[in-house]
Design a protein around this ligand. Structure first.
Ligand code: 5AD
Ligand code: SF4
Length: 418
């Protein structure tokens, strides 16, 4: 007999996830522990008994949204005493116990570093039953997310991640392969390997390239993706090890952050503008399509530095660029520096957004006339290996791969001749 369970009927869980794909995978993992205690998912907050908020703190705005959502749950909880609120992830790690003082109705706090112990946290709360053998778990869908490493050993001067997630821990490669096989057996055709600096993976003799190749050999796996890599690990050895394997998807989300070598050094990114451009040249030669993240308004960024970010965007021909205003994070070196005004940040963001707006359309146009393998996510729409959306004329079984010629592009959709 486990501790008493306070839910007479089925415990319905509403999940609100903020932030990156790692968080989405972490939410799934936390839900699996709840499901093992008889919980089921709901997308209706009104009928939920438990709310799990998985949070992000990478920028102040993300943290603010998560905390405001928590604040609004006060009324929700008052409606039915016995309802449970779990606040987890990166903002939970950063804000810690101060949250429980400010929001006394919060039941369970579980920081990003504690995700491996989430089952113990649930047991210690006394609010859920003991875990059973067979929790109902949602099927993974076409893409199965598999976490391969946690944490980050870099110390980028603007970034709070190393302090909330801690240093790198690489998971055992056998466990990773088993998890990929489990997801593939449950219907996933594509496996997305996840980690904060995913291509820093190394466990004993197993490198990141080895892992990609091995996952691609798991029965049922048609395609392998990964996110988010760091530029410095894209070495010629890596490219040699993966370039002959067509199951490794030809898309990389590779954050550059700035186009100025001076700012990159102050950010402690570990590469220059020239090195970054050389890395993406080599990746493109192997067929990789590149998207990126850019920060504007880092404290030491001059007008000239910002111009260099704009010219880098021209040279790199990114597929997509996600652009952010620099947000000072407590305890990071850059937060101690003299800050630029919000006005400058907003002006630069505006200029950059105008510049990147047309990138995707241009990249889509360049696909016309090529032949692509499309993994169908509906009967007539899917994604190519390099991550373009493609619509087919005919219908095919969901999850199958079809080889089609691209007839035309309209905005961010390609049309196949099939
Ligand atoms: N301010 C603004 N953007 C940030 N990012 C990380 N830290 C900050 C910060 N302090 C951005 C980076 C990263 C993405 C996930 O968030 O571009 O790649
Ligand atoms: Fe943050 Fe840099 Fe680590 Fe990425 S590599 S998580 S930006 S410290």
């Amino acid at each position: 007999m486990g501790p008493p369970c306070f839910f007479d009927a089925m415990n319905k869980v509403f999940i609100q996830t903020y932030g990156c794909q790692m968080n989405v995978a972490d939410s799934d993992e936390m839900f699996a522990h709840l499901a093992a205690r008889g919980a089921v998912l709901t997308d209706n907050l009104d009928e939920a008994d438990t709310v799990l908020i998985n949070t992000c703190t990478v920028r102040d705005h993300a943290e603010h949204r998560a905390v405001s959502f928590l604040g609004r749950l006060n009324a929700w909880k008052k409606e039915k005493p016995g309802r449970v609120i779990i606040f987890a992830g990166c903002a939970a790690q950063r804000l810690g116990k101060s949250l429980q003082k400010k929001y006394p109705f919060l039941d369970i706090l579980s920081g990003a570093k504690d995700i491996e112990h989430f089952s113990d946290t649930l047991n210690a709360s006394g609010l859920f039953g003991a875990p059973g053998a067979s929790g109902q778990q949602p099927a993974p869908g076409l893409t199965g997310y598999v976490t391969i490493m946690r944490g980050c050993n870099f110390a980028c001067s603007y970034c709070i991640v190393p302090s909330v997630r801690g240093p790198i821990k690489c998971l055992d490669s056998h466990d990773i392969l088993q998890e990929a096989a489990r997801k593939a057996a449950a219907g996933a055709k594509e496996i997305m390997l996840l980690g904060q600096t995913v291509n820093a993976y190394q466990n004993g003799p197993v490198t990141f390239a080895d892992l990609l190749n091995r996952v691609s050999e798991v029965p049922g796996v048609e395609r392998v993706r990964f996110t988010s890599p760091h530029p410095i690990y894209f070495t010629p050895e890596f490219l040699n090890a993966v370039k002959e394997n067509p199951k490794i998807a030809r898309h990389v989300h590779l954050p550059v952050q700035s186009g100025s070598s001076k700012v990159l050094q102050e950010m402690k990114r570990g590469y220059t503008r020239e090195v970054f451009l050389e890395k993406i040249r080599a990746l493109k030669e192997c067929g990789f399509n590149i998207s990126t993240d850019i920060i504007v308004g880092f404290p030491t960024e001059t007008e000239d530095d910002f111009q260099q970010t704009l010219t880098l965007v021209d040279e790199a021909k990114f597929f997509i660029a996600y652009c952010y205003k620099y947000s000072p994070r407590q305890g990071t070196p850059a937060a101690q520096m003299e800050q630029l005004s919000q006005k400058v940040l907003e002006e630069r963001l505006d200029i950059l957004l105008n510049k990147v707006r047309g990138l995707s359309d241009t990249a889509y146009q360049a696909q016309v006339g090529t032949v692509q393998e499309v993994l169908l996510e509906t009967e007539n729409k899917g994604r190519s290996s390099s991550n373009f959306w493609v619509k087919t004329k005919n219908s095919y079984p969901v999850g199958s791969i079809v080889r089609v010629e691209i007839e035309k592009a309209d905005g961010t959709l390609l049309f196949a001749r099939d």
